[in-house]
Design a binder for this molecule. Sequence first.
Ligand SMILES: [Zn+2]
Length: 216
Amino acid sequence: MQDVMFMLSQISFKDSSDRWFWDADQPMEFSVSAVKESLQRHLYSSNDNGFFWVNWVPIKVNLLVWRIVKGRIPTRVELRKRKIKLPCYYCPMCRLEDETVSHILFDCRFASEVWNKVWCWNRLRPPDFGSLEDVLSWPNSRNFSTAKKKLIRGIFMVTIWALWKERNKVVFQDSDPKAVEVVSIVKSLAFVWLKYRKKCNRIDWKDWVKYPLYML
Ligand SMILES: [Zn+2]
């Protein structure tokens, strides 16, 4: 009873109407975007090695990239770390080296072929990337406009998504990996998501497939 009396003594009443109070880190009006901003700040902080949420690509793509940054995708080497026995731990695309995250997404000759085609399409000449962090932080190191950074970062994320999906097709459906098809998927998915999720009506498919940064 004493505890209750103490707690009640800490409460002060004011002669005004009740109102909702949004207890975020910083004083701001309550809104859906304020909640989203607060969650992003906590969930995807600067500790996430260059990861930024890109709102024109779907949540599933953002989450995949975030899981990769955290080392939480089931490559064969990651499964071996977790004591899961497999017949082999080779990369399913080239069968030359162990399947680590950096190998399957960047170092593998299949991934390199895909990335080179994506660079050509974007008319970019970035350095050789050794990690996902290098890829995600690269647009920020350039003197690009904010819109251009968002577009390029989103295209990178769609490329990672398409590479991982192709890897899963090879593993689970025993299909042959095809770099040209992966790049076609990147172009079409990025186009659809940008046009309909971002409501970018001025985007034109004929111009997009030639050079996606033409609008900027
Ligand atoms: Zn490989």
